[in-house]
Design a protein around this ligand. Structure first.
Ligand code: ADP
Ligand code: MG
Length: 624
């Protein structure tokens, strides 16, 4: 057996480096954190070849004396803590005293530093962990660290590096994060001598975002600031119209440190559900402040992963805060966005200005012709029509929906001639396309209507309206369904029984942890009741919805409910289609499904003319 021996320092350092310094961006992270800890108000970062050939970090912080500079390169040398208890009150980024010796052990490392009132600066050069020289140098107050030949002593690690472009991207992302967390510090970032960004100290996060991410993003953000039970969430999130193809612009900070955290990431994605189309990601710059005791930071020394002690609570708080901001935004969007619709001459005598209710588009679409609404038939007419698939589970049009139908009638300024006029403004049904779309001639063009999207929109609004009116109807089950739950979920259900009653369920406690579902809302098949209740309980448990904020909760419930609507299995009858249109256009937002995707597509006559390369078909016809 070999003897037990202490590892020589340079070996220990290289091992530590393996953990702390994964790639060039890790060096940048450590050194930028050191500059922030040193009280810098200006930090300049430069790199070449993705950081593999050169990295330079320069700050105007407190600098180091000759002795401190040497000491800082010793393992476990730190000015930031002295005893274990200091860890609790930690306000600095670093404290392990590992970064400098680790970096110096795997690169050619030059440290130049000068304290503000020192006469001269100190320069230390270390190559692969071995001291080359220490000498005085000229230097402005502050610290400059220059790293070249990263991983020269551990060639195996070089092999794990990705392309220069990828490594550069990691560096850029890293510097952006710290720049966002510290708008009060001026940052500049240079790649091969080319400035990637330069942002002087500024007073607001928004200004910093504009400088780093551009005005297009900065001008489309919503302010967040909420507090609950010792948690504070602040920052800026993208309006729903601003979406991205990756999560790279969903950035999180806990107690002002950049972190990676699934809880927050899921909370954001979940909050935008229905506002942003699938496969797209929102933009979010979120800062969560909380007692450090409630966070586990040490998941990995070099990574930024953290864990919350109270996951569900934190997530619930974040989701509620974001949903409220998004809701406010969606509402203001609707109320300030009247869209002018010009009706063709032969339609109605005067042009009318009619607000088109719509959910914000999930992303800017290509120029779309303004959509004209089909003009509603008289309400009585729809009575004669047989029931549509949505109506298949027998239920009369809900009072709220009917009221909406009446309220939403287009207001036309001139008196309206009765029947023919109404008749002539109807869409005429052309036929069934692609197994799921109803097509119409609207007079102004051709419309493709997604039956599924329309049914989802109708059910969604009906649930929300009926919930608000407390008029969701419940149908008694022939056979009550037993429901056994674990104690935690049982307690949640006990607490939220009123909420379930308002949703149209009849659920009765039936001994410890047992319940009976005795009635379900009419839109739900009785076989699906148990699963649906359990899904809702899971959302309540995670904190992603709360029965106290029932208006938000019912939106989530409704979004679950509409998933049950499938594509129609066969062509709808003319009567079914008429009923569907009537109901759709009685909705607040007939033009989109509840996820914000279009429920119908209109190809205007103008567009058709263009595609046929004709100038103006109608005018020409009039001439002949
Ligand atoms: P830690 O940050 O964990 O203390 P480091 O190895 O990163 O460990 O740094 C060691 C010490 O070097 C720090 O505690 C600090 O005193 C000093 N130091 C490092 N970088 C700077 C800097 N940019 N300006 C002034 N002092 C610095
Ligand atoms: Mg450090």
């Amino acid at each position: 057996m070999a003897k037990v021996r202490l590892l020589p320092d340079h070996v220990a350092n290289q091992i530590a480096a393996g953990e702390v310094i994964e790639r060039p961006a890790s060096v940048i992270k450590e050194l930028v954190e050191n500059s922030i800890d040193a009280g810098a108000t200006r930090i300049e970062v430069e790199f070449r070849s993705g950081g593999t050939s050169l990295m330079r970090i320069e700050d105007n912080g407190c600098g180091m004396s000759h002795d401190d500079a040497l000491l800082a390169l010793e393992r476990h040398a730190t000015s930031k803590i002295q005893k274990v208890q200091d860890l609790d009150g930690l306000t600095t980024m670093g404290f392990r005293g590992e970064a400098l010796p680790s970096i110096a052990s795997v690169s050619r490392f030059q440290l130049q530093t000068r304290e503000t009132d020192a006469e001269s600066g100190t320069e230390v050069l270390i190559d692969g962990g071995k001291m080359v020289h220490v000498r005085d140098c000229g230097m402005p107050a502050g610290t400059r660290m220059t790293i070249s030949k990263l991983f020269n002593t551990v060639p195996a690690r070089r092999k794990f590096l990705k392309s220069k472009t990828t490594e550069a991207a990691h560096i850029v992302q890293c510097v952006r994060l710290y720049a966002l967390a510290h708008p009060e510090i001026g940052f500049s970032l240079l790649d091969d001598g080319r400035s990637l960004f330069q942002s002087p100290a500024c007073s607001s996060l928004k200004t910093r975002i504009a400088e780093i991410f551009g005005k297009q993003i900065a001008n489309n953000l919503l302010e967040i600031d909420a507090e609950e039970d010792g948690l504070r969430l602040r920052g800026l999130i993208g309006k729903p119209s601003l979406s991205r193809s990756s999560r790279h612009e969903m950035l999180f900070f806990v107690n002002n440190r950049p972190v990676e955290n699934k809880t927050l990431s899921y909370a954001v994605v979940e909050s935008y559900y229905g506002h942003i189309s699938k496969g797209r990601y929102p933009v979010a710059f979120l800062f969560l402040d909380m007692d450090p005791e409630r966070v586990d930071v040490n998941v990995h020394p070099a990574k930024r992963e953290i864990r919350f002690r109270e996951e569900a609570k934190t997530r619930g708080f974040a989701v509620r805060t974001l949903l409220e901001a998004l809701k406010a935004e969606t509402e203001s969007y609707q109320s300030i966005k009247p869209v002018e619709v010009r009706l063709p001459k032969n339609d109605v005598a005067e042009e009318v200005v009619e607000p088109i209710p719509e959910t914000p588009a999930p992303r800017p679409r290509k120029a779309e012709a303004p959509l004209s609404k089909p003009k509603r038939r008289l309400v009585q007419e729809s009575k004669t029509v047989e029931s549509s698939p949505v109506e298949a589970k027998p239920e009369p049009v809900a009072p709220a929906a009917r009221k909406a139908a009446v309220d939403a009638k287009p207001e036309v300024s001139s008196p309206q001639p009765k029947t023919e006029e109404t008749e002539s403004r109807n869409w005429s049904y052309l036929g069934w396309a692609q197994g799921e779309f109803a097509t119409f001639d609207t007079g102004d063009g051709v419309v493709l209507l997604s039956v599924r999207a329309a049914e989802q929109r109708i059910l969604y609004e009906r649930m929300i309206n009926d919930f608000a009116d407390k008029s969701i109807r419940c149908q008694k089950l022939m056979l009550a369904q037993p429901l056994e739950l674990d104690p935690v979920v049982s307690a949640i259900l006990e607490e939220s029984l009123d909420f379930f009653t308002r949703l149209g369920f009849e659920i009765a406690p039936f001994g410890r942890n047992f319940f009976r579902i005795e009635g379900t809302p009419t839109w739900l098949e009785s076989e699906e009741a148990e699963e649906f209740v359990k899904e809702m309980l899971a959302l309540l448990r995670q904190g992603s919805m709360s029965a106290d904020k029932s208006d938000l909760a019912v939106e989530l419930v409704a979004k679950q409910a509409i998933k049950k609507i499938r594509r129609p299995s066969s062509e709808l009858s003319k009567g079914e289609i008429d009923t569907l249109l009537d109901k759709l256009f009685a909705c607040d937002k007939p033009l989109t499904d509840p996820e914000g995707r279009p429920s119908l597509i209109e190809i205007s006559s103008g567009e058709i003319d263009k595609r046929f390369q004709r100038r103006n078909r109608r005018k020409q016809d009039e001439l002949f």
